[in-house]
Design a protein around this ligand. Structure first.
Ligand SMILES: Cc1cc2nc3c(=O)[nH]c(=O)nc-3n(C[C@H](O)[C@H](O)[C@H](O)COP(=O)(O)O)c2cc1C
Length: 200
């Protein structure tokens, strides 16, 4: 079986975002493992319009070129870790829009999150889990939460230390999250393939 291909989805796009720092840290951690491959999937690279289709991709092909490009990118992955900033106790508007702009590429694939904020974006991550269920995704138990003093330590509005300063605290949840994603990817990829083969 080939190694699961995991996307690290950057869920914020504002010019001065913090997200790049945890994203690059997470990519480096992923690259230390030999049981998966990981790539950054950055919403900035897709310039998605606000959803304006006749219907979800679940029901008909999307008209927007940007949405189609996004759907193709999503479809190429076996699982996802979303970089989740908490904006007013939920996920960002751009991430919700990006979730809405695809469907088939999300379904029956596992996902987790790296949440950051005062409470490690725990509220937003829980919200993301329920959104994922509607997209027929499989939320895994483990997630990474960069919270409280640890968040302030590395955030530019705080001490702006390098991610090394919080690596020891994050290490157990980073390992558990990748372990969960690999397990679920390995379980679901053959099951998706069998369903496609049966329908062909
Ligand atoms: C519109 C907005 C709402 C926010 N709401 C929350 C919040 O509910 N909880 C929280 O912990 N941080 C909140 N923050 C602070 C963010 O955690 C912080 O700005 C973080 O850097 C945002 O991620 P980004 O830099 O990748 O955009 C909010 C920030 C913005 C811009």
């Amino acid at each position: 079986m080939s190694k699961p291909r995991i996307a690290i989805v950057i869920g914020t796009t504002r010019p001065t975002r913090f997200a790049d720092k945890p994203a690059q840290y997470l990519l480096a951690e992923a690259q230390k493992r030999d049981d998966l491959t990981a790539e950054i999937l950055d919403l900035r690279d897709f310039d998605l319009p606000f959803f304006a289709e006749m219907a979800s991709e679940a029901w008909m092909p999307s008209q927007s070129d940007a949405a189609q490009k996004w759907q193709q990118a999503v479809a190429g992955f076996d699982g996802f870790i979303f970089l989740v900033a908490e904006y007013n106790h939920s996920i960002t508007g751009v991430l919700k829009n990006a979730l809405d702009q695809a469907y088939k590429g999300w379904t029956r694939k596992p996902f987790s999150a790296f949440g950051y904020g005062g409470v490690g974006a725990a509220r937003a991550v829980e919200h993301l889990r329920t959104i994922g269920v509607e997209l027929q995704m499989a939320p895994v138990k483990s997630a990474i939460h960069l919270a409280g003093g640890e968040f302030i330590k590395v955030h530019p509005m705080g001490q702006n230390a390098e991610m090394d300063a919080v690596a020891e605290v994050l290490a157990p949840s980073v390992k558990a999250t990748f372990d969960d994603l690999v397990w679920w990817s390995n379980a679901l990829s053959p099951a998706r393939a069998a369903t496609l083969a049966a329908a062909a």
